[in-house]
Design a protein around this ligand. Structure first.
Ligand code: GTP
Ligand code: MG
Length: 369
């Protein structure tokens, strides 16, 4: 079944019970069963029916609980590549796929055991033997599900972490804020969106991607704060940095790349330029905007030099809201262009672009995609 997940698809997994919890629930339910009274049946018939019920109940509850785990998990083929990549940073999507397959297999095997034991029970007419068959069933079923203990524990541990990946809405244009550590990425996200990432004077403050939102021009956009990147090859990047790269790779429609040449800079201006160029080369089809932050800390001279050196387009400081205005207005223009032209937004958006946002010669247009 094809299904487009809204936001983080792993959040739909409500609860994965442990093997011990499943066993305890199942045995409790079996314990509640009572022998049916009937005047028309012999004692042996009543016992046989009671033992059948007990075997059936145990197999049913356990296999259902196992299948319920697999059903809660999103269809891996339908998961957005962004979440697949982040899942692989936390655990392994292939491992999850294999485990879900094995759990499904165990649920089916339990049903098979139930059938086999039921046939044995039909051939038996002695209460003691019937009890023995029932005990044998419990033993076989319990030892089978115990084999899934490691797998279920892996899912329990991994899903907890996967659920912390923020919600990414595929229908919104997305602006990724990237750059070296401590350049002011989180500060900018706080200023221009609803995202409230932590800001601190030390590098590597942001350890996870954070989404914020903002109404920009014609639509709501997502603004993504990312962990700081150092100037180094991809294979040397740690898990935290790889999240930034994953967000650039899979969700960014625009990258705002922040430079910092103040005394607080963690890596040199040259290294920042290398980093910028690496990202530009690797993600050729994502437009990048070069921004110099912390202009309140540097001289006019340095500002001018950086323009020539790095091709800076916008000069900002978190100390001055006005300094952000030209950047925001550029983002507005670009977002309009993206929603007008990008294939991926055609199905999900019905956008009315007001005159004030249109180039001078365009009439007000109803963009119905
Ligand atoms: N003076 C000045 N300080 C700034 C400016 N922008 C950010 N800062 C300071 O720089 C430090 C780092 O800011 P953050 O927004 O946390 O930087 P970041 O890029 O998110 O850092 P990481 O998450 O560690 O990569 C904080 O102490 C901010 O207050 C600015 O324009 N001017
Ligand atoms: Mg940060």
């Amino acid at each position: 079944m094809k299904k487009q997940y809204k936001g983080n698809p792993f959040r739909q997994v409500k609860y994965v019970p442990s093997v011990d919890e499943i066993l305890s629930i199942a045995f409790k339910q079996v314990k509640k069963l009572r022998m049916k009274t009937s005047k028309r049946r012999t004692r042996e018939e009543k016992i046989a029916s009671f033992e059948r019920d007990r075997i059936y109940k145990l197999a049913e509850v356990i296999s259902e609980k196992l299948l319920d785990i697999t059903k809660q998990f999103p269809w891996i083929e339908n998961i957005h590549p962004f979440y697949i990549e982040l899942c692989d940073l936390i655990g392994s999507i292939d491992q999850i796929r294999r485990i879900l397959g094995r759990i499904d297999g165990i649920a089916n095997q339990i049903k098979e055991i139930e059938k086999e034991q039921m046939s044995k029970l039909r051939l038996s007419d002695h209460p003691l033997e019937m009890a023995k068959i029932r005990k044998e069933s419990s033993g076989r079923i319990a030892s089978l599900i115990k084999k899934a203990r490691g797998d279920v524990n892996y899912l329990r541990k991994t899903i907890k972490k996967l659920k912390t990946i923020p919600d990414f809405n595929v229908t919104y244009p997305t602006i990724v804020i990237a750059g070296a550590p401590n350049v002011g990425k989180s500060s900018l996200v706080r200023k221009i969106s609803s995202g409230k990432p932590e800001v601190a004077e030390y590098p590597f403050t942001t350890k996870q991607i954070i989404f914020g939102h903002r109404d920009l021009a014609v639509t709501n956009v997502q603004v993504v704060d990312t962990p700081g990147l150092l100037d180094r090859p991809f294979r040397e990047r740690n898990m935290i940095e790889r999240q930034s790269i994953a967000s650039i790779r899979y969700v960014s429609d625009i990258i705002v790349f922040i430079f910092d040449i103040s005394k607080d800079a963690v890596i040199t201006p040259d290294e920042q330029l290398n980093l910028f160029e690496d990202i530009e080369k690797e993600f050729l089809n994502v437009p990048m905007i070069r921004v110099l932050n912390k202009i309140d800390l540097i001289s006019e001279e340095e500002i001018k030099r950086s323009k020539a050196l790095f091709g800076i387009e916008f000069f900002i400081s978190m100390k001055s809201i006005e300094s952000l205005e030209p950047l925001i207005s550029e983002l507005e223009t670009r977002v309009i262009n993206i929603v007008k032209t990008a294939e991926k937004f055609k199905e999900s958006q019905k956008i009315i672009i007001a005159k004030e946002f249109l180039p001078p010669n365009e009439e007000e247009i109803n963009y119905e995609f």
